[in-house]
Design a protein. Sequence first.
Length: 140
Amino acid sequence: MINEEKVKLMTKLAMYEKTEGEKYLPISRYYRSDYIGLALIRNFFVVTIGYVLVLLALGAYYAEYLLNNIHRMNLIVLGTEILVGYAVIMAAFSILTYIQYSVKYYMAKKSVKKYYDMLTQLNKMYSRTERKSRTAGRRR
C-alpha cells in the first residue's frame, strides 16, 4: 500500500536536493569559522592578484612618465602609498567577504535545518509503518 504522505514528503526532499540543496548542502558540512576562513583566504589571493594587475596596468599606461621622472620621485612615499592603498582595499574587501559569507552560511544552515526536519519526519513515518508491520506479523 502506497502512503501518499510519504510520497509527497519524498518528492519535496528530492526537489530540495536538486534545487537549493545543491547550493546549501555542501556549505552545511563546514563549521562557520572554517567556511568564512576559507572565503577570506580566497579573498586575500584574489584581491592581491587584482591589485598587482591594476598596478601593472597603471605602470604600463604611465610608463613614459615614470621613466622620465623616476629620478625626481620620492620612491619611499610612492611605496608607502601603494602599501596603504593595498591595506585599505584588502580591509574593505575582507569586510565585504566576511559579511557576504556569514549571510550565505546563515541562509544555508536555516535551509538545511528545514531539510533535516523533513528527513526526521520521513524517518518517523517509516518507523511507524515498520512497527505496525511487526505487530501485525506477531498477531498471526
